[in-house]
Design a protein around this ligand. Structure first.
Ligand code: AMP
Length: 427
């Protein structure tokens, strides 16, 4: 027990973390290019935020939240997604009062859902998400989708499709709700227990149920795209026009409703083939009522969330990798106590200069130290023995060529700057 991690969670060991850091670097860079700035919100929030924000009839809130009470206080939940917390922080900190009309925020971090774990589906997983708050311009919807595709393109991912739909606004949904209830009425008893409850409260959610029997029962059900009001229809047409202009291909998918209640109008999902049943690598949409629902002004918003584990899985599937920089640059091998002291001093000096330095501890044999240097795959090993100590110098061994040359102690920094950084520094 003590050595087992909780089901559905992962340890990321240093080699793997290098890949994550490279991915995160890329995400931060693309965020910058599109004008998004990072926001960091708590890992847990008041449960009510998700009940109100994500929706009480969604799978996430109904079945998947990690909810707890802390010492008799209120109910809290680990965040299952990032939009409601971001919008909460936007409202609480009155970011809407800033001079710029659209606030662009992004987040990277863990999310928690008590789901059945399988390849690509975890109980703690990581999302990168963006939220653009304050504009309902269809050009923004298209840009948000294009940005997600830009990220995948930079990673080299292929064979991704954008599934696009408009889920309308509360007005069009009213009509859809009625039609859907009429369609489902004769099958109501056959629906799963959760969906029977949804029939009255939020029948559209039934279209999103993971239960295969419910999925069968909803085949041929009326879809929202046939009932869009003129405003939603023209918004949707404009989004598509912009996507054409940006040369982002997409599939219209009238069945796409997405698992969160806050979406209106544009909803999209990005699907990868070849990573199994959990093919969705990202998704998002417009949520024009959410800011108001959470207690802020009536302002529109749109965003997406990408699943980082799924992205890395899709990359692996396609033979792509993100290479992290080799961390250690210089190894210092010493023989004898005095040489070790000199090695310690030199390590600190070189680290101050910005070189990643590693050494061997425990006074092991010279051979063992060189072996360690090999394992670290350093560029240079600095060797300090009795002679070098006496003459205030080191032997610099180029690990690629095996060549070795003496360098005066005072010249080591200059030597490494020249050969590793390609910089001339005269001291
Ligand atoms: P959602 O917040 O449900 O719209 O999900 C957005 C993205 O997060 C999905 O497209 C997945 O890539 C990822 N995701 C959602 N749930 C999980 C999970 N349980 N495990 C891993 N990734 C997930």
């Amino acid at each position: 027990m003590l050595t087992n991690k909780p089901k559905g969670t992962n340890d990321f060991l240093p080699d793997e973390v290098g890949r994550w850091q490279a991915l995160e670097d890329l995400l931060r860079e693309v965020s910058r290019l599109y004008g998004y700035r990072e926001i960091r919100t708590p890992i847990f929030e008041h449960t009510e935020l998700f009940q109100r924000g994500v929706g009480e009839t969604t799978d996430i809130v109904e079945k998947e939240m990690y909810t707890f009470t802390s010492k008799g206080e209120k109910s809290y939940s680990l965040r299952p997604e990032g939009t409601a917390p971001t919008v909460r922080a936007y409202v609480e900190n009155k970011l809407y009062a800033q001079p710029q009309p659209t606030t662009k925020l992004y987040y990277i971090g863990p999310m928690f859902r008590h789901d059945r774990p399988q390849a690509g589906r975890y109980r703690q997983f990581h999302q990168y998400g963006i939220e653009a708050l304050g504009s309902d311009d269809p050009a923004l919807d298209a840009e948000v989708i294009a940005m997600a595709m830009d990220i995948y393109r930079r990673l080299g991912l292929k064979d991704l499709t954008v599934e696009l739909n408009s889920v309308g606004c509360p007005n069009c949904r009213l009509q859809h709700r009625q039609k859907l209830q009429e369609f489902l009425a004769p099958k109501k008893e056959q629906l799963c227990k959760t969906c029977q409850g949804r029939y009255e409260r939020n029948p559209m959610r039934i279209l999103d149920c993971k239960d295969s029997n419910c999925q069968k029962l909803t085949e041929g059900a009326p879809t929202i795209d046939q009932m869009l009001c003129p405003e939603c229809q023209s918004h949707f047409t404009a989004v598509q026009k912009h996507l054409h202009a940006l040369e982002v291909p997409y599939n219209l998918n009238s069945k796409l409703v997405r698992g969160l209640d806050y979406y209106v109008k544009t909803a999209f999902e990005i699907v990868a083939t070849g990573i199994g049943a959990q093919g969705s690598v990202g998704g998002g949409g417009r949520y024009d009522g959410l800011i108001e629902q959470i207690g802020g002004p009536a302002m529109p918003g749109i965003g997406f969330a990408l699943g980082l584990e799924r992205i890395l899985l899709a990359m692996k599937e396609q033979g792509l990798d993100l290479v992290a920089d080799n961390p250690v640059e210089v190894f210092i091998a010493t023989m004898g106590e005095d040489a070790q002291l000199m090695g310690s001093k030199l390590s600190q000096q070189l680290r101050q200069e910005g070189f990643a330095v590693e050494r061997d501890y425990g006074n092991r044999s010279f051979k063992a130290q060189l072996k360690a240097a090999d394992r670290y795959q350093v560029r240079y090993t600095l060797i300090i023995g009795e002679d070098e100590l006496k003459n205030n110098m080191v032997q610099v061994k180029d690990m690629a060529t095996g060549k070795q040359e003496p360098v005066a102690l005072a010249e080591v920094q200059v030597y490494l700057n020249r050969n590793i950084r390609g910089r001339e520094i005269n001291e």
